[in-house]
Design a protein around this ligand. Structure first.
Ligand SMILES: Nc1ncnc2c1ncn2[C@@H]1O[C@H](COP(=O)(O)OP(=O)(O)OP(=O)(O)O)[C@@H](O)[C@H]1O
Ligand SMILES: [Mg+2]
Length: 383
């Protein structure tokens, strides 16, 4: 199966006054082409830090210490791996939104309150699709019905823009009042595409919505707009970090249905982060279970729910309320470890019922125990 992105032994620390928080400990995740990969685990286990490290948006005092984040790009029919951790800031800027997009839990934080919805979606096209926008604007200028004064000047400008959008003349124009909106046709085209993508996300009256501001919309609607921004340039991978956790269950179901639908048509893969195991069972092809900064089990969804193997996964599944629940709900005894002084060996061993001598001495490796099923537990090791 073709890979889209892969992390190799990703290690991230936070340098706090209390000490060094060892948030990620050799995380290895692979997301394949065409799949929805779910990342689950208790709050604080490192799901967000994993994807933030992948996209290099870890905030201070955090630092990615080691590892690789390989993005697989198709170059002339061959797959080429690019280590995102070694790329420049400008590479990351052009990659985010174009090849990889991210959506977060809080749509209000992602939207600009003083920009109209349409303008915010259009920004994505203006940043990543300048060439195709200038091409479309040139076509409009060549059409008979486009009545623009000084058509010839604009044609030359758009042609030049198509060839080199960073030319000196455009930098100069952007500093001259009145002339700095010379690209109005390009902006119009971007706005038109923004309206199209908003209506594709099932929002009625997209033209009217596009001129509204974020405070005019409901939470579910805002999250759809955030998804529209993320999908504007048809990325290969969409990373959704608790994207539906803030919404009520009906809207949550609608958004998940929308993501499923979009995966078929527009994006190839989704990395879905959630602590809702129901959402995972419903939407994901493969699942990775995280505990205290490490991946403890990776398997296909059916296999994971039918045959959970790591003691933590088993305990996690047992702690989900069932429809025909009898007796008290089981919980996982003990507490999530302090990551400044994480337990030695397997980080789950202080809470594990199957603890052995080796567990507090050696870190278990993620071993394949079946088809597409890997577990990091000494119960499955050869020792
Ligand atoms: N800014 C920070 N400063 C210090 N430690 C941090 C910071 N951000 C994250 N951490 C540490 O990293 C660990 C993982 O945090 P992360 O946000 O990835 O958890 P999560 O699995 O996404 O949880 P949730 O489900 O609540 O979103 C936390 O336990 C915390 O110790
Ligand atoms: Mg999180």
């Amino acid at each position: 199966m073709k890979k889209i992105i892969e992390t190799e032994n990703l290690r991230t620390n936070f340098y706090t006054y209390e000490g060094v928080v060892k948030a990620l400990n050799d995380v290895c995740i692979t997301v394949n082409h065409g799949e929805t990969f779910g990342l689950v685990g208790e709050s604080g286990c490192g799901k967000s830090v994993t994807v933030r490290s992948m996209m290099r948006i870890i905030q201070s005092p955090g630092k990615v210490e080691s590892g690789k984040v390989l993005l697989f790009l198709d170059e002339n029919g061959e797959q080429e791996a690019v280590d995102l951790l070694q790329q420049s800031e400008s590479y990351m800027q052009s990659c985010c939104g174009d090849q990889i997009s991210m959506i977060f839990q809080e749509p209000n934080a992602a939207l600009n309150p003083i920009m109209s919805i349409g303008e915010q979606v259009a920004e994505s096209f203006l940043f990543h699709r300048k060439k195709s926008l200038s091409e479309a604007s040139l076509e409009r200028l060549n059409a008979q019905d486009c009545k623009v004064p000084f058509k010839g000047i604009f044609k030359n400008l758009y042609k030049k823009y198509h060839e080199d959008e960073n030319a000196f003349v455009f930098k100069l124009l952007s500093h001259i009042p009145l002339l700095n909106r010379w690209d109005f046709l390009i902006r119009q085209e971007a706005f038109k595409r923004a309206v199209e993508i908003i209506s594709k996300l099932g929002i009625p009256h997209a033209e009217d919505i596009a001129v509204q501001f974020p405070h005019n919309l409901s939470g579910g609607m805002k999250q759809r707009i955030v998804i529209a921004i993320a999908l504007a340039c048809s990325p290969m991978l969409l990373i959704a970090d608790e994207a539906t956790s803030n919404l009520d269950v009906t809207i949550q179901a609608q958004i998940l249905e929308l993501l499923k639908d979009l995966k078929k048509k527009h994006i190839s893969s989704i990395l879905l982060i959630t602590h809702d195991l129901g959402v995972v069972a419903e939407t994901c092809d493969r699942v990775g279970v995280m505990y205290a900064g490490s991946l403890c089990e990776v398997a296909e969804s059916r296999e994971l729910f039918g045959n959970p193997s790591h003691p933590y996964t088993k305990a996690l599944l047992e702690s989900v309320p069932k429809f025909h629940q009898e007796g008290a709900l089981k919980t996982i005894e003990g507490n999530v470890p302090n990551l400044v002084t994480p337990p030695a060996g397997c980080r789950f061993h202080p809470r594990c019922k199957h603890r052995m001598d080796i567990c507090d001495k050696e870190v278990p490796n993620l071993l394949e125990i079946g088809k597409n099923h890997s577990v990091a537990c000494h119960l499955f090791g050869d020792k």
